[in-house]
Design a protein around this ligand. Sequence first.
Ligand SMILES: Nc1ncnc2c1ncn2[C@@H]1O[C@H](COP(=O)(O)OP(=O)(O)OP(=O)(O)O)[C@@H](O)[C@H]1O
Ligand SMILES: [Mg+2]
Length: 224
Amino acid sequence: MQNLIESTGLNKSFSLGKDYSVSVLKNINLNVRPGEYVSVMGPSGSGKSTLLYTLSGMEPKSSGRVVFNNMVLDKLPEKTMSRLRLTEMGFIFQHIHLLKNLNLRDNILLPGYPAKVRSRKSVNHRASELMELTGIASLAGNNITQASGGQLQRVGICRALINEPDIVFGDEPTGALDSASTREVLDLLGRINAMGTTVFLMTHDVKVADREQQLASWLREWGC
Ligand SMILES: Nc1ncnc2c1ncn2[C@@H]1O[C@H](COP(=O)(O)OP(=O)(O)OP(=O)(O)O)[C@@H](O)[C@H]1O
Ligand SMILES: [Mg+2]
């Protein structure tokens, strides 16, 4: 099976002043196949967000190669890269970045209209479906101060999925949540993955990274 995303010899340093730079990613070689559920684990400051930004081209790499869907990313013009990120990649950011002057539904719709992949009517329909799936349909008209942290995280997940991306990158998607909401969000990501979307998570939490343990505990709960 071909890889959906692969990196070879990926390096990233940040320059801090004239003579000093910090090397964050060193020779990262990874492959993610379509439909996989992959977690990258590391402590705070180890470079998880940098990996996500560099793999998706949001942050330029220092050297190495990233291939996504058979396209070598650094050969693509920025306009094509932006379109790729809009339509084929979904992002659940560490800091959710919702717009406070839009209600929850409009925050979800936001990347849907400019993508122009489908009609506004079908983007609206998809937003409704996603809000049903994630259990926030009744909050559609609320603004972001009228929702809990877990509910806002689910808004972020819906927004990431609005254009039916091939891959969803989650950067500590449960970082700000209590254990019950964490479980709900992980359950949701598991279901999204079961529907065919590749999931690529960055986390410092072994419980979030350990998908097998998660599946085993759900199976126990369901008496399987
Ligand atoms: N724009 C930048 N300029 C300079 N250094 C940076 C920049 N962005 C990140 N770094 C440094 O790169 C390292 C990795 O940061 P990164 O945010 O990727 O870590 P992380 O694993 O996501 O951490 P956390 O779990 O706290 O989110 C840190 O030492 C950070 O200080
Ligand atoms: Mg981070």
